[in-house]
Write a protein that binds this ligand. Structure first.
Ligand SMILES: [Zn+2]
Length: 443
């Protein structure tokens, strides 16, 4: 029997694959096991498969065995006890990846989120995770979880006691005293202190380590482009993280902070708002990714000053927008790898939504296919999971999303999710209706 799980229901304890060590090399082991034991099989039939491997979309069947894609071909005969999922008229994509979001906050003002009882926050986080999966987002990187509860949530989903995407968790991020996000991060100063903080992150079982290399769009008077953690601090932090096999990301808006981060060996630059030629050259030489997170700034501009945003913040975002767009277009033309990140959870950006980011990319000149790459193959490579997720082909984990319209014709189709498959489990239509965002849930 295939597995069908309702959102919100208890899941069977076989949700594997969030840990890099678990994911890497796990496929052949599972395939061997499946030959000895009865394999769990599922056949997805008659979808237009947009595999993201570079081959043209075509109508095909996809066979899944024990959570792994084993065949993609026209008209596969359903094995005897396979569950068959009919997807005629649907467009089947690899599961979407949000490379930058915050699952433990829900889109309210940070001050309000921080004032919540942590128990409430974690309930909301579980709700956010379920909603995220429902939107076809099968993997996220949480780039700063309050109280490290993104790490707890990762493990609960991995154990199968909660429904949600595969979570790559940073836990709390590392910032300088009074630096961006100091009220929810770990404040440290000097290379030794950064080193110790990284060791604490590793001890807390974070998958990645996040550093604040610049100011941001937060407190009044803050300068987004100003450098924060210094080169020696970032260098010490990255070295320590690497020793423990952890990858690193840096929040960096200004060119100087971006260069510091890259010189320190950071793997991904978050926001990357104000690039200069030297920063672009350095990005190219280091093979680093940028995760621009346009959608959060777009939503701040749309919301305007009001209940959730103070006028200074909206004014600052408006003032920065054109330069940020121009930087992005330069980086795109220079071939810098780009991954989609929503920054959801931040003020005015409740979960889930990766569609706005992809729509903005298309508005800036990417083709719908290129935009989809930022949330599939590129994001998978960013996460060092390129061998495991990001395409529909034999050997990959069965993370897929079926859409009711063609996203290559109109990228907005990524909002029209009908069926989600994650790790071989199928989340059927009928569970995709509107639901509250957690910021409005009064628990
Ligand atoms: Zn963020």
């Amino acid at each position: 029997m295939g597995e069908e799980v309702n959102f919100g229901g208890a899941s069977p304890p076989n949700n594997r694959g969030h840990r890099l060590a678990t994911v890497a090399g796990g496929t052949s082991r599972r395939r061997r096991r499946s030959k000895r034991q009865m394999a769990t099989q599922m056949l997805l039939r008659h979808a237009t498969v947009i595999s993201m491997t570079g081959s043209d979309p075509s109508t095909a069947d996809v066979l899944v065995e024990d959570g792994t894609i084993t065949r993609v071909a026209a008209e596969i005969r359903a094995p005897g006890d396979a569950r068959v999922v009919e997807l005629e008229g649907k467009y089947l994509l690899p599961g979407l990846i949000d490379a930058h979001c915050h699952i433990t906050i829900s889109g309210g003002l940070i001050a309000d989120e921080l004032s919540l009882d942590p128990r409430t926050r974690i309930l909301r986080a579980a709700h956010n995770a379920a909603m995220t999966l429902r939107a076809g987002i099968t993997t996220i990187r949480d780039t700063c979880g309050l109280d490290d509860s993104d790490i707890l949530l990762r493990d609960a989903i991995h154990a199968g006691i909660l429904t949600g995407p595969r979570i790559i968790a940073c836990g709390r991020m590392i910032t300088m005293t009074g630096g961006h996000g100091w009220f929810y991060g770990q404040e440290v100063d000097g290379a030794d202190a950064v080193r110790r903080a990284v060791r604490e992150r590793v001890k807390a079982r974070a998958d990645w380590v996040k550093f604040m290399a610049s100011g941001g769009f937060g407190e009044e008077g803050e300068q987004p482009a100003a450098s924060q953690l210094d080169l020696d601090e970032l260098t010490a932090g990255v070295r320590e993280a690497r020793k423990a096999g952890r990858r690193t990301c840096a929040h960096a808006h200004g060119a100087a902070s971006i260069k510091h981060a890259l010189q320190a060996g950071i793997d991904t630059i978050e926001h990357a708002s104000f690039l200069d030629q030297e920063a672009i050259d350095l990005l190219r030489n280091r093979g680093a990714f940028i995760v621009p997170t346009f959608s959060i700034y777009h939503k701040m501009r749309e919301a305007g000053p009001g209940l959730h945003l103070l006028p200074y913040l909206v004014e600052l975002v408006n003032r920065s927008w054109d330069a940020k767009v121009a930087s992005f277009i330069e980086a795109y033309r220079a071939g810098i790898p780009i991954a989609a990140g929503s920054d959801n959870g931040s003020p005015v950006a409740p979960h889930p939504d990766i569609a706005t980011e992809l729509e903005l990319f298309v508005g800036f000149g990417l083709s719908p296919y290129e935009a989809l790459r930022t949330a599939t193959t590129n994001a998978a490579r960013l996460l060092d999971l390129g061998d495991t997720i990001g395409t529909i082909e034999p050997g990959k984990r069965a993370d897929m999303v079926a859409l009711s319209q063609d996203p290559l014709r109109d990228i907005a189709a990524v909002r029209m999710v009908s069926t989600v498959v994650q790790n071989g489990r199928c989340y059927e239509p009928g569970m995709t209706g509107a639901a509250q965002d957690a910021s409005s849930v009064a628990v």
